[in-house]
Write a protein that binds this ligand. Structure first.
Ligand code: UD1
Ligand code: CA
Length: 474
């Protein structure tokens, strides 16, 4: 069965009591992605189709999260309403895999450190071995309550769970990682034979290994223990983050990205960062971000589902959320780019500027203390300090349109819907309520009054009052 089709089952039904959480364990995240997303990603990376997450605890929330993260992937969800063991969980996936004939990868939802290469080796070993099942085994640096791999004459004969093992069996160092590649037809037949006759009264998936060993050799692939370790509590979660972070960061540095302090750079596994980019300390680059080459991201920036073009400079503490920043832009320090912000080439967004649903044309600038929401701004526009688009009337949002080459003076309120035509000027301090034709000046100012000598007279009055009140008490 070389190159037979591949599907995957990801066991995600467990509660994860030791997390001490209201949230299902597999929804806790590592570097911006929920635990369950990692095995799903690996399986998809290997071309598995379909991938069947078996959900139970908070089934709806787990399903919604995975569907949101992998909107176009061939996912089919299976429900395991009651958790009666790993074998029982795989049985729950049978309907979702009806008609599938090939190899089925079985993964756990709580092992984010398992690498795609290891799974490739597992599938290759399964193909080469010719038996109905291949599995991953490992050895732990310290005793772990894992199933023991029992061999006779070198061949795997079965797995015994720690709780069911004799003292001699417990001394076996080779552990079952719980990750398998199994022929579909064999799997369903074997699962039908399982009986919950063990200390825990559960349907053990591990019993399938014994049945497989009777049909042919069970191929094993060795993995490092760290890769197979599941997350059981919050300490494991933090440990996992550290290991994955080191792995991701090392790969990026290998690809020519400077990380000023890798220990405090939190970059999602699926984020892209281009060559010769530089990432400062305390920077987060979340899942789905695409950062081009020669980008500088200074300290404290937080990027979520955003794109940043070549040669752009993000100064400290800028926050980008679903923003699309073009090449050669300057952003920050302390800028906030909210969803549907689109900056063309060479745009400057400065300190304390917030943008939302704002398309800003080539070379335009908004350098200080400004809010640009629901705005379409042309090229070469200068937005002065303290400009506010008044986009919300309490019920609806309205659009502000600024043509190419417009100059907006400081402290302007643009009461939307409003349009300023190409090349027009709006004087400082204006409250703009009507559209401005191209090339004109719009100005709204209260007339200025000057009272000469007023300050001197005022001070004299105050002094007289003080003299009347007598000396100040200490
Ligand atoms: C399992 C293996 C053990 C192996 C270990 C490696 C069995 C019987 N034992 O033990 O040999 O060394 O993994 O980590 O398979 N799950 C469900 N539904 C269930 C039960 C479990 O979805 O009814 C999920 C859990 O959420 C978890 C995974 O399956 O992600 C493993 O279950 P767990 O109970 O932790 O198995 P172990 O007892 O650790
Ligand atoms: Ca476990």
């Amino acid at each position: 069965m070389a190159n037979s089709p591949l599907a995957a089952v990801v066991l995600c039904a467990g509660k994860g009591t030791r997390m001490k959480s209201d949230r299902a364990k597999v929804l806790h995240s590592v570097l911006g992605l929920p635990l369950a997303a990692y095995p799903v990603r690996r399986a998809l990376g290997l071309g598995a189709q379909p991938v069947v997450p078996v959900v139970g605890h908070q089934a709806q929330a787990v399903e919604a999260s995975l569907r949101g993260l992998f909107p176009h992937a061939p996912l089919r969800f299976a429900l395991q309403a009651e958790q009666r063991g790993t074998g029982h969980a795989v049985m729950a996936a049978r309907e979702a895999l009806a008609g599938f004939d090939g190899r089925i990868l079985i993964l756990y939802g709580d092992t984010p450190l398992l690498r795609e290469e290891t799974l490739r080796a597992l599938v290759a070993a399964h193909e080469a071995g010719g038996g109905p099942l291949a599995m991953i085994s490992t050895e732990a640096p310290t005793p772990m309550p894992y199933g023991r791999v029992l061999r006779e004459g070198g061949r795997v004969v079965r797995i015994v769970e720690e709780k069911d093992a004799t003292p001699e069996q417990r001394a076996v160092r080779e552990l079952n990682a719980g990750i398998y590649s199994v022929d579909a037809g064999f799997l369903w037949r074997a699962l039908a034979e399982l009986k919950p006759q063990n200390v825990q009264g559960e349907y053990y998936l591990t019993d399938v290994v014994e049945l497989a060993a009777r049909h042919g050799e069970v191929a094993t692939v060795r993995a490092e223990f760290a890769e197979t370790a599941g997350v059981n509590d919050r300490v494991d979660l933090a440990d996992c983050t550290r290991v994955l972070q080191a792995r991701v960061n090392r790969a990026l540095m290998g690809a020519g990205v400077t990380l000023v302090d890798p220990a405090t750079a939190y970059i999602a596994e699926d984020a892209e960062v281009g060559q010769d980019s530089e990432v400062g300390p305390l920077v987060s680059i979340g899942p789905g971000c695409r950062v081009g080459p020669r980008v500088v991201i200074e300290q404290g920036c937080v990027l979520t589902r955003s794109r940043v073009g070549e040669g752009t400079h993000l100064k400290p503490y800028s926050v980008l959320e679903e923003a699309d920043v073009g090449p050669a832009c300057h952003v920050g320090p302390f800028s906030r780019l909210r969803p549907a912000t689109e900056l063309a080439e060479g745009v400057h967004i400065g300190n304390f500027v917030e943008t939302k649903k704002a398309r800003i044309g080539k070379g335009s600038k908004a350098n200080h203390l400004t809010y640009l929401g629901d705005a379409r701004i042309g090229a070469g526009v200068n937005v002065g300090a303290g400009t506010i688009t008044c986009n919300y009337d309490g019920v609806q949002k309205h659009e502000t349109v600024l043509g190419d080459g417009v100059f907006i003076g400081s402290d302007t309120q643009l009461v939307a819907p409003v349009t300023v035509g190409e090349g027009a000027y709006v004087g400082a301090g204006t409250t703009l309520t009507r559209s401005v034709p191209p090339g004109s000046l719009a100005l709204s100012r209260a007339p200025q009054e000057v009272r000469e000598g007023w300050a001197e007279r005022k001070r004299a009055r105050l002094k007289a009052l003080e003299a009347k009140a007598g000396p100040k008490k200490p």
